[in-house]
Write a protein that binds this ligand. Structure first.
Ligand code: FAD
Length: 520
């Protein structure tokens, strides 16, 4: 019988098949030649001790034991060209995985996306980085693949349902992601690999008879007697359908405004807000791996940190080892940061959102906006940062210790944020009490991670699109909107997901709910 083993090995052994075979042959007392195959089932780094170890879960097949290489396959997608239509708004992870699931169920997805297809999007990303021009329909948040396309492509989630997570990871592999994502404790894909995977998903949807329309923005939802009848696009087209999956993401402010105007029930939702901190990657490596030099067998180190400060959680968010800070505004007149990494995570700097959890009471100054109070609060901070940094896509920046000491930094070195930075006292970007929490929080972080609190670290502001400032409430059993029949609020924008994997899972769930009704 093949043996399953848990082991701790050096990074060198973990990354060298011959050394691993040799190590295992001694462990199980057989010759190297007797080992037919080693399957790695799980891999994680244990950096708690000075000598870093890699935890592996492996299955060892000896000669004569049945072993067959299995390749993850795509599900059995049907041809749905003449099947019943379901409208999916938004081609982010929620919308795309909803569309795939609809096809599996024998239903025809009509996907409507305001942004451009994945390659065409690149030109608009260049325009925002180089010319400071924000296209309101095509940017780091809007376009094929949604907000996650030009990201680090981290694929971990707090979702407890491992089955759901495994299914999404398998789909990513079947569409071209490395099989490594199935075994890594903290898998990621990288911004250079995601676009092709996204394009392949779209091509599969079309090959199966589904439709995908780019540069097509939803401008109205047709509702009669509290039931959806279809949608209207900015081109003036009307598309009729009795089921609509609304997966427009957390940055589609016009959608929240539309729903509010139409008196479709929505509610303000707390989110988190703060800055994006950038350190030299070598410094993070030395803190996390307790070494001067990471060496060639360990990946650029990530970090994750959380503290309670003045009764609020302050934590790292969407940390990108070896990455770049990206300009993620979706409208002119605002600045927003987030981060991405290539698959090798080989850039010189590490960046992470450092954010504070907000409470509904923080939105009180914007109470007149009702359900949109949190969104208006978020917008006001992004606009203030834009103004303070000079009304381009440059962002306010400050050295970390200077910030904790309330001192404007005399100089800001070049950072990975391509549009550039302006030295600003960060306290001006946020309400005073939030700036104070950030100041104290960074001091606390410095106590837990020695070396983290340093003037080598540059803070960029704001990190404000951590999750949706609005919830579009739905029935927990049917996933239908609480008031409008046939409307399925989905993914991060509706407040039911945070990150690529959970958005994809939510997309599938909404499709399954619809399938259960239409295929009855
Ligand atoms: P979105 O991805 O936001 O997709 C919504 C789609 O709807 C968009 O394509 C948008 O153009 C479209 N849309 C909006 N309004 C309309 C309209 N009116 N008509 C038609 N279409 C419309 N998450 C991770 O898990 N790992 C990461 O490493 C990671 N890194 C990130 C890096 C960056 C730079 C950014 C911006 C986000 C990152 N995220 C990451 C977050 C992740 O991308 C989101 O959680 C996820 O994409 C949400 O999926 P979604 O489908 O719900 O919404």
């Amino acid at each position: 019988m093949p043996q399953e083993l848990l082991l701790q090995v050096t990074p060198e052994i973990a990354t060298n098949e011959l050394l691993l075979k040799d190590y295992l042959s001694k462990q199980i007392k057989v010759s190297v030649a007797e080992i037919q195959h080693i399957s790695i089932l799980k891999r994680s780094i244990d950096a708690r001790q000075k000598a870093i170890k890699i935890n592996l879960k492996v299955t060892i097949y000896l000669g004569g034991e049945p072993f067959q290489e299995t390749k993850i396959q795509l599900p059995d997608y049907k041809n749905v060209a003449s099947a019943q239509e379901v409208i999916v708004i938004g081609a982010g992870p929620a919308g795309l995985f909803a569309a795939l699931q609809l096809i599996e169920l024998g239903l025809k997805p009509i996907v409507i996306e305001r942004g451009k297809e994945v390659r065409g999007r690149r030109r608009d990303l260049k325009a925002i980085n180089v010319d400071h021009l924000v296209n309101e329909d095509s940017n780091y948040c809007f376009g094929e693949g949604g907000a996650g396309t030009y990201s680090d492509g981290k694929l971990y989630t707090r979702s407890k349902k491992r089955g759901d997570v495994t299914r999404i990871l398998e789909l990513f592999v079947a569409f071209g992601a490395s099989e490594d994502i199935m075994i890594e404790a903290h898998p990621h894909i990288g911004t250079n690999k995601l676009p092709q995977i996204i394009q392949d998903i779209r091509e599969k949807i079309i090959e199966c008879g589904g439709q995908v329309s780019f540069e097509t923005r939803l401008t109205d939802i047709l509702i009669k007697n509290n039931e959806v009848e279809g949608i209207v696009t900015q081109k003036g087209d009307t598309i009729l359908a009795s089921k609509i999956i609304l997966a427009t993401g957390h940055s589609a402010r016009d959608i929240f405004e539309l729903l509010d105007r139409k008196k479709v029930f929505i509610e303000a939702k707390p989110f988190a807000l703060g800055v994006r901190a950038e350190h030299p990657q070598s410094l993070i490596d030395s803190i996390q791996y307790s070494c001067d030099y990471r060496g060639e067998h360990l990946p650029p180190a990530p970090y994750s940190i959380v503290k309670q400060v003045n009764g609020r959680g302050m934590y790292s968010f969407c940390m990108c080892p070896g990455g770049v800070i990206a300009p993620c505004a979706t409208s002119p007149g605002e600045v927003v940061t987030n981060g991405w990494s290539p698959s090798k995570r080989d850039q010189a700097t590490a960046n992470s959102g450092i954010v504070i959890e907000l409470k509904l009471e923080d939105f009180k100054p914007f109470a007149k906006f009702g359900a949109l109070a949190g969104m208006e609060f978020q917008k006001s901070i992004e606009q203030r940062a834009w103004h303070l940094a000079g009304e381009t896509q440059k962002v306010p920046a400050q050295r970390m210790i200077d910030f904790t000491q309330n001192k404007v930094s005399l100089d800001i070195p070049k950072t990975s944020y391509v549009p550039g930075t302006t030295s600003v006292e960060m306290g001006q970007v946020f309400p005073g009490y939030l700036s104070q929490i950030l100041r104290e929080g960074f001091t606390e972080f410095g106590k837990s991670m020695r070396g983290y609190l340093t003037n080598e670290a540059i803070l960029h502001a704001p990190e404000s699109r951590t999750s949706s400032p609005v919830r579009i409430p739905r029935d927990p059993l049917t996933y239908e909107h609480v008031q409008i029949k046939g409307l399925y609020p989905c993914g991060e924008g509706a407040g039911y997901a945070g990150g690529i994997i959970s958005a994809a899972i939510d997309g599938e769930k909404c499709a399954l709910m619809i399938g259960a009704i239409l295929n009855k």
